[in-house]
Design a protein around this ligand. Structure first.
Ligand code: SF4
Length: 390
């Protein structure tokens, strides 16, 4: 009996961000954000190039004021001149109308934060009646519709990017600090986009707590289904921190949703050089079988049955074969469980009786009785003989 390891991805409407497409069945897009000040154009261009060379497919740049939004023109032209085209997103927060309209002239996507876009002083109101809701919705529409029109005019994308930590006071009072409040924040802006005939949109709902981020995205999908919307989702856990735990936390949130078919683009936010985020994104996608960008190594943890130094051999095999993108290579300590557990691998290096090595191609033995010291070389020779060495 074979196990069905496929899972359907949610069907989404494609969102075009310059030359790339988010959603609509396209591969999950990897993105990140630079940390340089936007007015420091040279440094921004360098960091964008570095990220793109590392595999980042869309790069976000902060635009806290109109001045930074104007700098995007120079960033775009210097980037094109020095390196080539990189899809850029402008990150717009407080009082964003003029900033977003300017940014839309220069970059491929404008990200707005519904909690901050129309900035209001805290009123400490305890509840909002229907008329106050309507008045604020109208104020939002008045500020936001010109941005929608600018995106339409310039053929740009928009990300409606909600953060759990920056919901508007009205949302907090009405829904509390909850996934409901996050989803309703996004829905208000989406309804305006649709009212103005603009659908080149994607959405993010980020939180620093994995459970909140997962719940918000699930609820967003449910709510969109109810309203006949199918916008793609950008996934990320914010303020995940640094090091191993930040990677695990991001993976927990992003991978949980991807396994449910939810998510069309991802960012792993680290308090480190953003270049470090990129391999984590690709590793998540590879582990889930969504994108294959390197060799898949299958290796047992070794135990008392292992008659060779498995970690060292695995390291040598990886060093020798890491350029052969697309292959699955197994290194297994013994014949007892090894061949069965590596059955899906294209090639196998398996410990056998008397401390010898057996090489497999799929489930078939290719060569037996190989001395340990020759094992890695024999594997390489096999790959060469099969025409796979590049
Ligand atoms: Fe031990 Fe063999 Fe399992 Fe590896 S495959 S852990 S050597 S039993």
């Amino acid at each position: 009996m074979s196990l069905d390891t496929t899972y359907p991805r949610r069907t989404t409407t494609p969102c075009r961000v310059g030359p790339i497409t988010i959603g609509g069945g396209h591969p999950v897009v990897v993105q990140s954000m630079i940390t340089e000040e936007t007015r420091n154009v040279e440094a921004c261009v360098e960091q964008i190039i570095g990220l793109h060379q590392a595999g980042c497919e869309m790069v976000r740049v902060t635009t806290p004021s109109l001045g930074e939004a104007q700098c995007l023109a120079e960033i775009r032209s210097k980037l094109n001149e020095r390196y080539g085209y990189v899809p850029l997103t402008a990150d717009v927060h407080h009082q964003g109308t003029a900033i977003a309209i300017e940014a839309a002239k220069h970059v491929d996507e404008v990200r707005i934060n519904p909690g901050l876009f129309v900035f209001r002083k805290l009123t400490n109101q305890l509840e909002y009646g229907p008329e106050e809701h309507e008045a604020e919705r109208l104020a939002i529409e008045a500020s936001f519709a010109p941005v929608v029109e600018a995106c339409k005019l310039h053929g740009r994308a928009m990300r409606v990017g909600v953060n759990h930590g920056s919901l508007s006071e009205r949302m907090l009072v009405t829904y509390g600090d909850t996934p409901d409040g996050m989803v309703e924040s996004a829905m208000e802006y989406l309804r305006i986009c649709e009212k103005y005939g603009f659908t080149n949109v994607n959405i993010s709902l980020k939180a620093s707590r994995v459970q909140v981020m997962v719940a918000a995205n699930r609820l967003m999908v449910k709510r969109m289904d109810e309203e006949g919307m199918a916008y793609p989702l950008h996934l990320g856990v914010t303020e995940a921190g640094d090091g191993e735990y930040a990677r695990i936390k991001s993976t927990a949130g992003i991978a949980t949703l991807l396994m449910e078919g939810i998510g069309d683009t991802i960012r792993v936010s680290l308090s480190e050089d953003p270049v470090n985020e990129i391999p984590v994104c690709y590793d998540i996608l590879q582990a889930l079988g969504l994108r294959k960008t390197k060799v898949e190594y299958i290796a047992c943890p070794s135990c008392g049955r292992t008659k060779f130094d498995l970690p060292t051999v695995l390291h040598k095999v990886r060093e020798a074969t890491r350029h052969l993108v697309g292959l699955d290579i197994a290194v297994m300590g013994c014949i007892v469980n090894g061949p069965g557990e590596m059955a899906d691998a294209d090639y196998g290096y398996v410990g056998a009786a008397g401390g010898k090595i057996t090489l497999y191609r799929k489930r078939n033995i290719v060569k037996n009785g190989i001395p340990q010291e020759d094992g890695v070389l024999e594997l390489i020779n096999l790959l060469k003989a099969d025409g796979l060495w590049v």
